[in-house]
Structure formats: structure tokens, C-alpha cells
Ligand binder design. Sequence first.
Ligand SMILES: Cc1cc2nc3c(=O)[nH]c(=O)nc-3n(C[C@H](O)[C@H](O)[C@H](O)COP(=O)(O)OP(=O)(O)OC[C@H]3O[C@@H](n4cnc5c(N)ncnc54)[C@H](O)[C@@H]3O)c2cc1C
Length: 488
Amino acid sequence: MSFSQQPFRLAVIGSGPAGVYAADTLLRSAPVKNGELEVAIDLFDRLPAPFGLIRYGVAPDHPRIKGIITALHRILGRGDIRFLGDVEFGTDLTLADLRAHYDAVIFATGALKDADLAVPGVELEGSYGAADFVAWYDGNPDYPRTWELDAESVAVIGNGNVALDVARVLAKSADELLRTEIPENVHQGLQAASTTDVHVFGRRGPAQTKFSPLEARELAHPKGLQVVMDPRDLEQITEAEWEAIKADKRTDQVVQTFVNWLEEQQRREAAGEEPTDREGNPVSRRLHMHFWHRPVEILGEGGKVTGMRFERTRLDAEGTLEGTGEFVDYELGAVYRAVGYHGSELPEVPYDAKRGVIPNQSGRVTAADGSVIPGLYANGWIKRGPVGLIGATKSDALETITALLEDLEAGAVAAAPERDGDAIVRLLEDRGVEYTTWDGWMALDEHEKSLGAAAVDADGEPRARIKVVEREEMVRVSRDAVNQPSHA
Ligand SMILES: Cc1cc2nc3c(=O)[nH]c(=O)nc-3n(C[C@H](O)[C@H](O)[C@H](O)COP(=O)(O)OP(=O)(O)OC[C@H]3O[C@@H](n4cnc5c(N)ncnc54)[C@H](O)[C@@H]3O)c2cc1C
């Protein structure tokens, strides 16, 4: 390895899976393992706690996925990656600061904002971005503590897994979520909710959703919930489409779930039976699946959402989606737009506003003219856009780290002038930045678990964890434990 000024100093911005896996992949690479390359890695996050969207995006009732945190925790707990939380790139540290202290920087800042839904009425009160709602129910400290849930009928626009998460959380009783880590304010908010009907709308057909089979099936799990299908949506599937459905396992499983729900619904109707949830309990909420519905306009009165207009769609002979000219209005008190996420621009870093990504070639950040900017890399959602599961950030990391190691080998990375690893910490302290550390996270983690242990869920069982939501409180608990007094 030709990099002369070892240890090689790397800053990773963002401690979501993409940031953690990038750091870990470098540490597991051949030059590091065989002792050719010594590395010192600092992992920064603007939030006081690590793990990105696994902590602040993945739904609280998905403990298996949340459990990936355990694997990331193990990586960061090894002690060969230094975590510095509550440090925002662009505010607390500039690109010049990073260039002075680090030989290379990997941006793994993910995506936190909602993609636009370009329909009239989107600005009405009661029209919400799903990303904001997700950040609320997952207790992101930077979002308001309260959420307006006074509408009886609500719409969720979108046919991806985030739409399903949002629909499920809206359709579940608050007490069912008590066995999760939801914060107190979220439990109280959901308990006071007036929701009785959740409508999920997709512009395409049942075969074109991006649902995973497990998440689709799970929609029918909440207690007291009935899933309502429209037979017309399945009748509209053509012979050719059925063949394509059968040829793809995921699609087949998802569509079969809809078929099963519809058959059960029709059987009950024919037998004159009252609807129940899947375990035979009486129905208190309904979840309506609507396919072939293109959003046209969010309707409102007095500045508030009162409904939504859709045009029914179909596939033409070439398989292209087209409007049918049939318009349908629904009365609704709120609309949640789950049409995708969008990455945000970072100061002084190239940005592709259309795709919401940092332009790059295999992880190497590129300038407006397409040339590679030495020493700057990207990984995860900010590298390739907000699609793909957590696992994809791992293969992503391999590509980015391969590029980084090639550049080091080729002498294409310049050594930063500052070689003292503690200099960055002194800089943060001089600036009054109340950074948190790995030991601080361990303390907050324990604190949240002890809050959970002192409370019980609806079955009287101790809760595993209750999240702390206030940023000041997160910082205080984290810093007090390691004797770094906070100003809060
Ligand atoms: C609602 C939702 C549910 C999901 N559910 C699942 C699921 O069930 N299963 C699954 O496999 N995948 C799921 N995903 C996808 C998964 O969350 C992503 O694949 C993954 O989190 C992307 O990783 P990332 O590290 O690129 O971004 P992120 O996880 O977003 O991490 C980015 C990190 O960068 C930090 N950051 C941002 N800007 C700055 C800055 N200026 N300075 C310092 N730090 C900064 C952020 O605070 C954050 O911690 C879900 C995604 C969403 C949105």
C-alpha cells in the first residue's frame, strides 16, 4: 500500500447502515487485515444516537429489522471506529475542516425528506409527507412531538413498503404498539386518534406494487382490522399479466395475498356473515386497498383536506399505464404521501437535485464536469438514491471501499496536514459542540432500556425499551455518563 502517512485518516459522515458498513468493510479489507494499511476512522452523525433510519425509519413493530441494530452495535462496540454524534456536517464541521483533518471522507447521509407529489392541494392542512409521520412515530428528536390524528378517514398514497408501514401504524390500536419501543408521546397521540378507515391507493395494479410479501400479509394482522378489497381491481388483471405474475415469486405471493383477502370477503358476503378480523374479533377499523387510482387532486375547504380525486387507470395493449377518463372522489380528513424519499444537499458537496444524490462513479464523488474529486466518496442512499433494503448498503460499501483502496494504491489520495487524531475533538470543543460518544450511546441505550423495564405493555409485560425523544435529554444522558457536562 503506497499511502505514506499512516494511519490513513478517514471521516465517515452518517452512522446509518451505509456509514457503519463502509467503515467496517475498510477494516475488514485485505490491506488492513494483513497489516499493510493502518487506519483511524471517525464516524459522525448529526443525531446524538447512531444507526440512522434503522432507529428513525424502520417501523417500531418490525423488531426483527430493528434487530439489525444489534449487528451494527457489535461493529461499533469493537472500539476501532470512533463515534462522534450530535455533530452536523455543514454546521459544526465544514468540508475545509474535514480536508484538514482527514485524508478521505465518505458521505453516507441517506435521505430523510419526502419526494414531491405534484398534484394541486398538496399544501393543504392535513396533507402530510410520510417521511415526517415516520420521523414522528419513530421519535426523531428534530420533529414535532404532537401529530394531528383527528381524521376518521385517511388516505395513504403509494404502493411501496413505506406506504404499508404508515398504513399499518395508522390502522393499529395504540396499545398493540406498546410492546414496541415507541415513545410516550407517540403512544398518547395514537391512543387519542379518531382513525376508523385507512385507504391505500396505488396508481398501478396489484401486480405492480413494490410490497414485500411478508409486509403485505402483515397488513391484515392488527387486532380488530378488516382489509377491504375491490373485486374490480383484480378483475382488471389481463391474461398476459397473470402469466407474468406467476413467473415472479415475490409478485405472485403479494397478489395471492390480495386474492385470498378478496375470496374471504366474498365468501362472508355470500354467507351473510358479519366481517371480523383474521382472528374472529369484531371490526373496529378498516383498511381499504385501492389499485388503478392515479392521484389527480387533493380536495379541500377552508385550507383543510376534505378528500381526494383520482382517475382510474388501466394498462394499454403495450402494457403502458393510461387514464380511463373515469374520475372518483373520496371523502378524507387527511392524506399521507408515501411516494418515496429524497436525499438532501450537503454544503460544498456536489448534488444532483433531480435524483437527490451526490453524483459519483462507483462511490467516487464527481464534480459538475464529471471529473472525480480526489478523497471524497459516497455510500448508501445518498450515493444511489433512496431505494433498497438495508442489506444493499453492504454491497454498496464494498464498491465504495474498493474504489477508495484502488485510489490509495494509485497514490490518488493526498494526506491531510493534521495528523493528530484528537485535534478534531479539540476543534469541536472549542466550537462548543456537545458531541456524544460511543460510551455516551451505551449510557443512553441502557437508560432507554431501564425506562422500558419500569413500564408495562397491554399484556402487563415489561417493555423492552422506551425511546428518549428530546435531543437535549439524549445529549444530557449521553454526556453525563462519560462526565462531559452538557449545557442543557
Ligand atoms: C420508513 C422506512 C422504513 C424502512 N424499513 C425497512 C425495513 O423494514 N427493512 C429494510 O431492510 N430496510 C428498510 N428501510 C430502508 C433502510 O432504512 C435504508 O436502506 C437504509 O437506512 C439506508 O441507509 P443509509 O445509511 O444510506 O441512510 P440512513 O439510514 O438514512 O443514515 C444516514 C445517517 O446520516 C446522518 N446524517 C444526515 N445528514 C448529516 C449531516 N449533515 N451531518 C452528519 N450526519 C448526517 C443521519 O442522521 C443518519 O443517521 C426503510 C426505510 C424507510 C424510510
